[in-house]
Design a protein around this ligand. Sequence first.
Ligand SMILES: Cc1cc2nc3c(=O)[nH]c(=O)nc-3n(C[C@H](O)[C@H](O)[C@H](O)COP(=O)(O)OP(=O)(O)OC[C@H]3O[C@@H](n4cnc5c(N)ncnc54)[C@H](O)[C@@H]3O)c2cc1C
Length: 343
Amino acid sequence: MEKCDVAIVGGGIAGLSVAKFLAEKGISFILLEEHNDFFKKPCGEGVIQKTMGYDFYELYGSKKGVEKEVWETIIYTSYGKISVEMPVVMTDKRAVEAELARQAKKGGEIRMGEKVKEIKDGILLPQQIKPKIIIGADGVFSIVRRYAGIKKPKCGMAVEAYSNEVDLDNEKCHVIMRKDVVKYGYAWYFPKKDKWNIGVGSLKKKYFKEGFEKFKKKNPGKEWRGAFVPLDKPLKSYGKNAILIGDAAAHVLATLGAGITTSMIVANIAASHIEKWAKNDYRNIEATLFEKEWRKTLGKYLKYSYYVKTLFFDVVKSEYLRHKLLAKMCRDTTNYYRKIMKK
Ligand SMILES: Cc1cc2nc3c(=O)[nH]c(=O)nc-3n(C[C@H](O)[C@H](O)[C@H](O)COP(=O)(O)OP(=O)(O)OC[C@H]3O[C@@H](n4cnc5c(N)ncnc54)[C@H](O)[C@@H]3O)c2cc1C
């Protein structure tokens, strides 16, 4: 049996971020990632730069993998175009995850190709590792969440692919929110350095399939990658000697399906609590304080996003009213970001 202080299950954005923050605080960890490479979970690779006072660049501490900075997104509805101004950093997510791993390795151990299959009496199996604290950063189907006795979040589905054949302004992100494209969701065209990340997602499986078929026909010959996205209110994030971050606890903006910046913020908060717990050798793990702090920082914002999603897709049925509602939200968002970015 191998003993350690902190074990992180999952080497996506959430797991690698918490590993990096722990490394910066001199706290050792073992991170177990089932794949042998990074960026195995598909993603649109667009990062919201500013969220609730946090800045992606400050959290990330690097510019590696940053491909483009986009200020404006155009949303196409059946009733016209809506512009929203918001700083989005287009990344090469594989490079970002590799860079986070590089920074994290200074303080702990990253073991690739290690799938945790079971957690029994606090022991990770088959690795036979007994940590004092387990961090579940293992995504939407989290095994750590199951161990902690927490229910699964409601999920949507999305696919993405790369394309070189998009005839749109590549200094902007483009989002299509039209029933005839996909119901209960949206399609996106996000510009990268020399290509596009394109994709489509929906809250509902049936409409996702329908939307994807149409999108595939419109964009033939691509290598599609799909996955589930938690589109729920954030979950309770602790149980037994485990805490959860990222998709595992639905730290995702449900209106957009965006979870990169929010995962990094919770990872940052988690590391500062773990630092305190380390001081008395993890004898007094006050996970409720961790939960309280991330909820204070992000809880309202995540819940608001969930309720807007519900209002938008489940309550307002008229596409015209949705257009009007969206236009109002985009104006507010633009004003907010103009103010904080002093544009
Ligand atoms: C198609 C799509 C497009 C998206 N686009 C965007 C976007 O543009 N911007 C944005 O902000 N968000 C986007 N999201 C959401 C975003 O990708 C996630 O919220 C974010 O990546 C969550 O990171 P995570 O580390 O929590 O989870 P994941 O990225 O899922 O990482 C979990 C990791 O844990 C590993 N793992 C799982 N189980 C085990 C186990 N038992 N043992 C060991 N390892 C394990 C997995 O292999 C994986 O590497 C998108 C999601 C999808 C599906």
